[in-house]
Design a protein. Sequence first.
Length: 230
Amino acid sequence: MAEVVIALDVASRAAARNLVDLLPSEANFLKVGLELFVRGGPDVVTELGARGRRVFLDLKLHDIPNTVEAAAKAAAELEVDLLTVHAQGGSRMIEAARRAVDGSGTRLIAVTLLTSLSGPKGIGAAGASGVDRSSEVLRLARQAVDAGAHGVVSSAGEARVLREALPRDSIIVTPGIRLRGDARDDHVSVATPGEALRAGADILVIGRSVTRAASPADAFATVQAELVEA
Ligand code: C5P
């Protein structure tokens, strides 16, 4: 069964603590993104670890190989389970990041093309004008895995193709998950937990559908039930 990561998209350590307290203990895999990390610092990660939680550090690193290698080493020292880098940083950058996490429990996950880069102003702006999104996602995913990424981030829609194309042990991480009937918010496309699982996702990232629910614990239980059923 796929694992579920809950996104702690909040602005302070105190808010993160409050949210963790609302979640059931089975929701023990949590995503720390840019806002919380910039505001709360590495102590946020250390605190979650001390409370027995596993951490997905979603920093989407993208810089010269030497800089990314140093940052990835620091993340591995924080004992995060997952760390994101941008596939667009290229093979040498990903090889450097992989060197940095080797020997630790940290697995490297490559973000292919942000969904915000879709459409006419999108992929062109990202430097791949004239290339259609799905082939660019596939190219970047293959390149990242070849360079040492343990997995990739992908929408549920793209996961099916990547599941076929990538080695079986590549981890597919899928955000954009909504429980049936929830608002899609700012997502271009959404999938239910069952749809993402059937598309081949190994790890589902869920934010607002759980964290903004009247009862996050009930919403988390609904996600789990849907995954068991699927
Ligand atoms: O929309 P939701 O609140 O479920 O988003 C959860 C997480 O998924 C956010 O932290 C966001 O960074 C991530 N996300 C993503 N790619 C998208 C949309 C959201 O990685 N296209």
